[in-house]
Design a binder for this molecule. Sequence first.
Ligand code: FEO
Ligand code: CA
Ligand code: CA
Length: 643
Amino acid sequence: MNRDAKTEREPAMSGAGVGDTFAEILQRRLSRRGLLKGALTASALLMTGAKLLEEEAQASPSVSSLRFKPIHPDASDQVTVPAGYRARPLVRWGDRILPGAPPFDPQEQTAEAQAQQFGYNCDYIGFLPLPLGSERSDRGLLVVNHEYTNPEIMFPNYDPKNPTRGQMDVELAAHGISVVEVQRGEDGQWSVVLDSRFNRRITATTPCSITGPAAGNPWMQTSADPSGTKVAGTLNNCSGGKTPWGTVLSGEENFHQYFAHRSRLAPDSPRARDHQRYGLPEGESERKWERHHSRFHLEIEPNEPFRFGWVVEIDPYDPASTPKKRTALGRFKHEAATIAIAPGGQVALYSGDDERFEYVYKFVTARSYNAKDRLANRDILDEGTLYVAKFKDDGSGEWMPLVYGQGPLTEANGFTSQGDVLIQTRRAADLLGATKMDRPEDIETHPKNGKVYVVMTNNVQRGTAGKAGTDRANPRAQNRHGHIIELTEDNNDYAATAFTWNMFLVCGDPKDETTYFAGFDKSQVSTISCPDNITFDRNGNLWIATDGQEGTLKVNDGLFAVPVEGAERGHLRQFFSSVRGSEVCGPEFTPDNTTLFVAVQHPGEGERSTFEKPVSLWPDGKTPPRPSVVAIQAENGGRIGAA
Ligand code: FEO
Ligand code: CA
Ligand code: CA
């Protein structure tokens, strides 16, 4: 490939076969409805037909708008989509995204090069149309999280016992977030706009500010930052969310793994107890960054970990803006951050703490969202109330406030401010008796019915010796396959403090009697395990990406679609299958739903996988495998799933 070209493209991978064309299906439907009176041009036919089919689906909830033939589970090293669709890698780890960036050279990778190239392990994808405020689906910014690194398949001859300083610095630069302008050309294909002024890398060393009640807290102060308000970079950016004011929220998830030597702190000290609660290693970290970067060494910088585990807000439309860690949203292993505007105007933000037996949280702002003045919302997430969920066995639930001075959150329990409560969110939630869940992952709100869908990925320790037993919200012992809860806020008000809930999916092989597909005929559904990231299409169908099927089902992870309403509620079908060793992230539609962006994260990850002998060679057919964002489109240009 010519890397000096302004745009970079990859060859297409076809769908599994071609059935009826969209035009043929339309012709039949329209003539049945007596609508084909004269000759329509091809494009008029497509536009009229797509609109009619959507109206048909909306008018009659018994008609699903999903029309693709599900694919079979797959364990091969190629991506698969249904007949009539194509999936093409759009941007890969190491692709140049800043002008002047050197071409990717895995034999000689440097931190300087990496900081100008697309990062590793793409997770969250946000598509933000250009220009700001438009609904365009052919030009926009992709904001992509880079969750972590796999040095064993990134570097030739990697020695996990003795990683080099150079390798560590590449990894620091491969973490964080990328902002990349993308456009759809006349030929319908997406490409990166290399000379865009918006393109940006945020890494594990980019200056970020700390805002909200925990800013400046004594536990946030380090030798490099006595003010407790500035931190170098962001780590383990997993999933995220978009705000209505055009910013992106990025969840810092498994930050514990970067820190080392907890055992060198006095075991009964409050700091050491908190580091234990969040799972920081007692000895060396796996990556061993602490050998060359003292901020990761707890004996030297016991407070540095308190500066991670937050939701970071970035403004992709302003490349000079400083990322802000919003402490009012709490400190835990944030899977994602999803925003919904309450009827009263408050901004609600849902976030899961992804670890076994951890909690589901919601934040509600003190102020109201201002749709007319973007700047008025700039710091709206700094003030409000953080809640943690209690799921009751009778199908009701309660959002319990984590407010300093209320209930047990007082000096008697070691809290002296709201900042203390937020830094030690998990301990505060423990004291309130929140419900221990099966690894809360993504949470999304339905665009039409207003309900909130909460994903539990799995928890094999549920009901085992010494661990919490089953309850109705986590109904399966040794839960290998995960489940999805449907939550309804009182009066559909996202600011409510009470809710009701019911089970939507209990995942696994439909032949397994513990599974449940919202009551749909299980002989017709696809097998699914370990749901993780979710999104909705314009028709309100739920799209579910998985992380862990290789371990549970011996097939690659995938992407599935399922109606949540009407006669086909629960009719789950597989749409995409990923490659060996990977999980599926993203997923993100363009506003018109004609493109679906999916992140293939950690292709080639595996116990014995190395750079020299990786378990995947995707996408280039050679080592190293490269985490990449894939653009999926219908061959007829129609809406994804409905074309
Ligand atoms: Fe990074 Fe919970 O997945
Ligand atoms: Ca995830
Ligand atoms: Ca996951």
